[in-house]
Design a protein around this ligand. Structure first.
Ligand code: PEP
Ligand code: MN
Length: 276
């Protein structure tokens, strides 16, 4: 990975901190929560209020959905972005939302606080370059078949265009295992942090695809050294129009948030202070 000019961590081990409306990504443990898709004003605002109450730092929600089948819900598009804008007004939570098309980056930036580039688009180079031309923080998910080197080179595309605000997000990779939706590769967290100064998040929702596994993988992600967690939460999980099997209820999310705060303290005392 010697070819990484900007993404590589230096000898002094200085890490990037991405400031999002005062939230210090890379310093404090940050939790992004919200529905897979923005489906309606009511669903989004109710979910936003619930995740805010439970302690989430940012709201996620897809308005442009990269779906496997063209016949499934594709997202509300611009209407979805306007709903997210209202959710931010209502809660104050910064908005994380996906862009799937390079031509949309500049105008989605008017609504979003963080632009997500999804796993399917990790190596969409025109999209990465456009994201690099904007100064918005970019959450770059790991592609399902990507090595660490490929992933970091995609971050490099964004950095090389002059945008230093890149956050990486592990979301599971494709292996021979079929019990889980993806195989959450938690060893990539300390591995990535060995090579790059960029913050590394984990998304246990897409990483497992199974409600029963999300909680334990969230805690495991923190102990693996993740700088943040992304979780899908829906006000009525069984009615979700995308990824219904992995939407946490607000109650389950609140329980996880409660434990995250406690675990973070143990992580800081046991791992950071004792082991370094
Ligand atoms: C998402 O977070 O909404 C999403 C589509 O995730 P991924 O790109 O990781 O599949
Ligand atoms: Mn989803």
């Amino acid at each position: 990975m010697e070819d990484l000019k900007l993404a590589r961590i230096g000898k002094e081990k200085k890490r990037t901190i991405v400031d999002i409306n005062g939230i210090q990504v890379g310093k404090d443990l940050v939790v992004i929560a919200g529905p897979c898709s923005v489906e309606s004003e009511e669903q989004t605002i109710k979910t936003a209020i619930a995740v805010k109450k439970a302690g989430a730092d940012m709201l996620r929600g897809g308005a442009f959905k990269p779906r496997t089948s063209p016949y499934t819900f594709q997202g509300l598009g611009i209407k979805g972005l306007k709903i997210l804008e209202n959710a931010r007004k209502e809660t104050g939570l910064p908005i994380v939302t996906e862009v799937v098309d390079a031509r949309a980056v500049s105008w989605v930036c008017e609504y979003a606080d963080v632009i997500q580039i999804g796993a399917r688009n990790m190596q969409n180079f025109p999209l990465l370059k456009e994201a690099g031309k904007s100064k918005k923080p970019i959450l770059l998910k790991r592609g399902v078949h990507s090595t660490l080197s490929e992933w970091l080179n995609c971050a490099e595309y964004i950095l090389a265009e002059g945008n230093p605000n890149v956050i990486l997000c592990e979301r599971g990779i494709r292996t021979f295992e079929t019990y889980t939706r993806n195989t959450l590769d938690l060893s990539i967290v300390p591995a990535a942090k060995e090579v790059t100064h960029l913050p590394v998040f984990v998304d246990p929702s897409h990483g497992t695809g199974k409600l029963s596994l999300i909680e334990s993988m969230t805690y495991a992600s923190i102990f693996a050294g993740a700088d943040g967690i992304m979780l899908e939460v829906h006000i009525e999980p069984e009615k979700a129009m995308s990824d219904a099997d992995q939407q946490l209820s607000p109650e389950d999310f609140a329980k996880i948030m409660h434990k995250i705060k406690k675990l973070k303290q143990s992580y800081d005392t046991i791992v950071v202070e004792d082991i370094g």
